[in-house]
Design a protein around this ligand. Structure first.
Ligand code: ADP
Ligand code: ZN
Ligand code: ZN
Length: 731
């Protein structure tokens, strides 16, 4: 038997598959093995097994060893890895990595074992007779083991010292047995199961998912309509049938609260997969799923790679969220991979949102997905009342603070009633930028073509694109002037201003800076949920999913911010964001309010978001997309070229462009657009960026393959060439 092994090296653009003989070892498809490679052994994964080989047999070396008790990848996993390799033109070695916790590779983390001690089979009286009279510790140990069969080794050594135990082991009187222990993340997160009877609408939704012959069901339900309960019940049904489930949420910050609900219902068969866990926890949670001890995987997009077999249902909550598209290689789309897994497992996919992506909703309307609508909140509570404030008027009235008079008044009223407030602003840091009042130039990052944000910690200037940190300047680097002004507001400044206005209010801030430590998100959210604070200020991190019953006011400080991006999705994004943030208000008994501050109160998108009119918004947006030939009517393909020298970037771009132009000329009817330009973000991390943009007919895999092949030839160590299909971020 011969094994094709992908060695775990990704430094070349092509896969290296090597053949080894199995050598009598217990090698299976998906096994992780150690194989001779040059003068040493390296790790690899078995991706095929064959009776014969085309290789000269005398040159084939044997596999050195198998690294785990069972294959780390299933047949389905190997199949999915190959699908990703083909679809996204990445080396198999790279796509295989998605399936394994990094801790597993290269043996960085060992399984945690717990050692227990028990008596050997020698008759107890014989042992006692053989222990010296004055060896009281040894006697003590034997006595204890006589009473309790198994005792943790650590407990015995602590009580009796390690030398007594070692002596007993040497004499063969006691034995050590090892069992696998698990490190459990978020131990404290638990809850009692809510006593809920599903409403008729929820029940119908569940029946519809289970009875439809369509694989994907789209659950379109307003915020607070009880979607989560529908998910939980669907998981419950899968588990009851002996199947497993995958539950995806858009952000790491949302995993703990979902985990809490899953644990309340399913105890410890829920396992969490995400990058914020410690290495040991991640490793153990993965193994619990792999070995069938856990049956429900929850996490952000990468949990789609959960090592589960016999998957019954895959749930993608907040399906419109851009985090479901990977932005680093391989740039996969989660729903594509979910569809692959659903097909292999004969599973159902449920995608849910209050604001479905234009693309998904169109698929549902066209009958490709099963569309389920939950148009009302549970108990028919009204959606929050909205007050729109025209900020142009505030400026005229001499109000230069970030808070309108109306918002201030509403905050005061809410605090008085001892309810909670959420203030939303999609800008972290203290000020958006720092500008010289003499020459008008913003201070920019040396490596990126973007202005820096002022942060109060150590008075620093941060680049939000590359993470570079600079000391705050004393003078303008451009003209030397000392007159420098903070432009725009960030969350840190908003907190300061709120403290001035409401000195007694307790305020929490949640953004990327305040959640860097492990479990940082949880601490802030838990604290707010326990009403240890009155106001929560945050970026889009707070927009999604959270269910705080005491929040009756949401203030949206700058609703226009995302409207003015030159991205075809900016309307869609704004609509989603406003709806989501507004949906945090008034989720329990008391009616909620939303104050929305804007400079364009007549904007269609804002108006539709505020009247919760998804369908109107969708109709207009979809006809706009159709007329202009944008997705979902076409596929956008962007080729991004980036190198450290501008001339080189330009030259490579031209070369690719010329080759693709020939393709374009011969297949004009398959293109809606073809062009070449500098990327909107001209420079990032010291690299100059150019792009070739195309819009092509939908699902044209042959043309896509041609584009991939043509451009990726130019990719090498110095020149980065990236092909992106329908990228969610076009900067
Ligand atoms: P969504 O996910 O659509 O935003 P949730 O599932 O979080 O909505 O439900 C909103 C609130 O309503 C939650 O507090 C939830 O516990 C409660 N809820 C959901 N379904 C029911 C039900 N059938 N009966 C009573 N309360 C419910
Ligand atoms: Zn200046
Ligand atoms: Zn930078």
């Amino acid at each position: 038997m011969y094994a094709s092994v992908i060695v775990d090296i990704v430094n070349s653009e092509v896969d290296k598959i090597f053949e080894y003989s199995v050598n009598g070892l217990n090698v299976e498809l998906g096994s992780r093995v150690s194989v001779p490679f040059g003068y040493k052994n390296i790790e690899g994964i078995v991706v095929a097994l064959n009776e014969t080989t085309n290789f000269p047999v005398e040159k084939i070396k044997p596999i050195t060893s198998v690294l785990d008790e069972e294959p780390v990848l299933t047949k389905e996993g190997v199949g999915l890895a190959k699908y990703i390799q083909k679809k996204y033109f990445v080396p198999l070695a790279l796509s295989l990595r998605l399936f394994l916790p990094t801790e597993l590779r290269k043996g960085q983390v060992k399984a945690k074992t717990i050692k227990y001690v028990k008596l050997s089979s020698i008759p107890f009286e014989d042992m006692v007779a053989l222990v010296k009279q004055n060896a009281s510790s040894q006697k003590g140990i034997l006595d204890r083991l006589c009473q309790t069969e198994l005792i943790k080794q650590s407990i015995l050594t602590e009580e009796f010292g390690s030398s007594a135990l070692t002596t007993l082991i040497k004499k063969g009187f006691v034995e050590v047995v090892e069992t696998k222990g698990y490190r459990e993340p978020y131990k404290e997160l638990n809850d009692v199961k809510k006593d809920i009877t599903l409403t008729e609408t929820q029940q119908k939704a569940i029946d519809s998912v289970l009875s439809t012959d369509k694989t994907v069901s789209l659950l379109h339900g307003v915020t607070g309509s009880g979607k989560t309960e529908v998910y939980l019940e669907l998981i419950n049904r899968a588990i009851a049938q002996g199947k497993t489930a995958i539950m995806l949420v858009p952000e790491i910050s949302l995993t703990p609260q979902m985990l809490r609900q899953l644990r309340a219902r399913f105890k410890d068969i829920a396992a969490i997969l995400h990058s914020g866990l410690s290495k040991g926890e991640r490793f153990d949670e993965w193994w619990r799923l792999k070995t069938g001890k856990a049956k429900i995987a929850i996490g952000a997009r990468s949990a789609i790679f959960a090592p589960l077999e016999n998957v019954g249902v895959i749930i993608i909550d907040e399906e419109h969220d851009s985090s479901y598209s990977s932005e680093s290689s391989p740039r996969y789309s989660t729903i594509d991979l979910a569809k692959f897994r659903a097909k292999e497992n004969n599973a159902k996919i449920v995608i849910g949102s209050a604001t479905p992506s234009i693309e998904s909703y169109l698929l549902a309307k066209n009958g490709e997905y099963n569309l389920i609508e939950l148009p009302e909140r549970i108990n028919k509570q009204p959606l929050p009342e909205v007050i729109t404030v025209d900020m142009r008027g505030e400026v005229r009235r001499g109000n230069n603070t970030p808070f309108s008079y109306a918002l201030r008044e509403e905050i005061a009223k809410t605090l008085e009633k001892q309810n909670q407030v959420i203030i939303f602003l999609n800008q972290r840091g203290y000020s958006k930028n720092v500008i010289c009042t003499e020459c008008g130039e913003p201070i920019k990052c040396k490596d990126c073509d973007v202005s820096l944000t002022y942060h109060m910690e150590n008075e620093s200037l941060l680049c939000h694109y590359c993470g570079a940190k600079y000391k705050m300047v004393k003078a303008c680097p451009n003209c030397g002037s000392k007159y420098i002004r903070y432009g725009g507001f960030g969350t840190q400044r908003i907190v300061m201003e709120l403290k001035n206005l409401f000195p007694n209010a307790r305020i929490l801030r949640m953004d990327r800076d305040s959640t860097q430590n492990k479990e940082g998100h949880v601490k802030i959210l838990e604290s707010f949920a326990k009403k240890e604070a009155d106001i929560l200020v945050g970026t889009q991190m707070i927009a999604k999913g959270h269910d705080f019953p005491s929040v009756t006011l949401v203030g949206i400080l700058d609703a226009d911010m995302s409207l003015h991006f030159s991205d075809f999705r900016s309307n869609e994004r704004t609509f989603q964001l406003i709806t989501q943030v507004a949906g945090r208000s008034g989720r329990a008994k008391e009616k909620g309010k939303v104050v929305l501050q804007t400079y364009s109160p007549d904007n269609f998108v804002l108006r539709k978001a505020l009247s919760y009119d998804y369908k109107d918004f969708f109709e207009r947006e979809i006809s706009l997309r159709k007329a202009t030939g944008f997705p979902p009517f076409t596929d956008i393909v962007r080729i991004l070229i980036s190198t450290t020298e501008e001339e080189r970037t330009e030259a490579v771009t031209k070369a690719i462009f010329t080759e693709l132009k020939a393709v374009y000329e011969s297949k004009k009817e398959e293109f809606r657009f073809f062009g070449c330009m500098k990327a909107p973000l001209k420079k990032l991390q010291g690299k100059f960026r150019y792009q070739i943009l195309m819009r092509i007919n939908k699902n044209n895999q042959a043309l896509l393959d041609e584009i991939y092949e043509t451009s990726l030839k130019y990719n090498d160590r110095q020149v980065g060439v990236y092909v992106e299909e329908n990228p969610t971020n076009l900067t």
